[in-house]
Design a protein around this ligand. Structure first.
Ligand code: UT7
Length: 325
């Protein structure tokens, strides 16, 4: 049995925040943010939680896969902004609100979360344990950002993206390859110190902290190697890829990695300008944009890559298996 990427959906909260809005609350400028990151706008939740965003994205993905909630036999949510600190998992809340009675669990792999979820779904399907797995990357990052810290608050955004991964006997539709990795020696480069049992209430450092410049350098080097490796071991080049859909952290990282594999800019998908960095949601949100714009067609080979806190990273070669309406 093979696993195919059967459908895509996404949801973005209503409240749009521009760089000019941020200029009013922190010492920054539209010029700096645009030049260093490519970000112009991002969306923040108001009353919604991560599970609310995930449910909306999930509904669309299930419908576009021509399935009912009762057909879904596993729910995986990748998030670093779960509704609850320890339990229940966000996936349990999402499954309940979608009317799904099936195993449900969260994955914590920061910005690489969607690729980790994809890899997990693929393994469950190939083992014969699952037939239709709903995977969701969902984040309400505005809830863990310090709006006094200009080095982080201008970068992140909220949103969710979902996909149904289904069993197929057709090898041509199959997810071709996934590579996931981690190196915990970088654990303090991207960290929320005060949200776990280690420091708990003894610290007031409850917000996300990032060594941005250092992270940038490791991200470019690691991702360039990761995408080169996955292409090489599948005897592929950028010519064999229709769409390069990377995690949307910074247009300069995307540009550098694309250059490393000679990916023409016409094939590189850039949504960071619109949504900011939405961590685990950024890849499925970008896939969804491509789908809704009518650019992404059934059978198109997607090259995905992501890098995030941990550090974690990964890449994947995935033919899009969704039907265009
Ligand atoms: O998604 C998970 C993984 N995350 C990433 O991959 C993010 C990787 N990092 C980045 O994208 C970039 O490093 C940033 C966008 C976070 C920062 O860009 P940078 O070019 O690395 O800037 P920097 O940190 O080296 O800072 C340059 C200057 C500093 O001022 P001085 O020391 O040169 O006077 C900062 O204080 O820019 C200053 N600065 C700002 N200025 C205006 C930092 N943030 C801001 C800001 N507005 N928002």
């Amino acid at each position: 049995m093979y696993a195919k990427f059967a459908s895509i959906g996404a949801y973005v909260p209503q409240r749009k925040v521009t760089n000019f809005d941020l200029e009013k609350i922190v010492d920054t400028s539209d010029e700096w943010i645009t030049k260093r990151t490519g970000i112009k706008t991002r969306y923040f939740v108001e009353d919604e939680t991560t599970s609310d965003l995930a449910v909306e994205a999930g509904k669309i993905a299930i419908k576009r896969a021509n399935l009912q909630p009762s057909d879904i036999d596993m729910v995986i949510v990748a998030t670093i902004t779960p509704d609850y600190f320890a339990m229940p998992s966000t996936a349990c809340v999402v499954a309940e609100n979608l009317g799904i009675k099936a195993p449900a669990f969260d994955i914590s792999a920061a910005c690489t979360g969607f690729i980790y979820a994809l890899s997990t779904a693929k393994a469950f399907i190939q083992s014969g344990m699952s037939k239709n797995v709903l995977i969701i990357g969902a984040e309400a990052l505005s809830k863990i950002i310090d709006f006094k810290d200009r080095t982080t608050c201008v970068i992140f955004g909220d949103g969710a993206g979902a996909a149904v991964i289904s069993a197929t006997e057709n090898k041509d539709d199959a997810i071709l390859d996934i590579d996931i990795n981690a190196d915990g020696s970088y654990q303090d480069y991207l960290i929320t110190p005060g949200r776990g049992v280690k420091y708990g209430c003894e610290t007031d450092e409850i917000y996300l902290q990032m060594k941005g410049n250092e992270t940038f350098k490791v991200a470019v080097k690691t991702l360039s190697q990761s995408v080169r490796d996955i292409l090489e071991r599948n005897n592929m080049t950028s010519d064999d890829i229709e769409w390069f859909i990377p995690h949307q952290a910074n247009y300069r990282i995307i540009d550098a990695v694309a250059r490393a594999i000679k990916m023409p800019s016409s094939k590189s998908v850039l949504t960071v300008g619109k949504y900011g960095n939405t961590s685990s949601a950024s890849i499925p949100m970008a896939i969804n944009d491509m789908f809704e714009e009518g650019k992404l067609k059934k059978g198109d080979m997607m090259l995905l890559d992501a890098f995030g806190g941990g550090f974690t990273w990964g890449s994947a070669l995935v033919p899009f298996g969704g039907e265009n309406s």
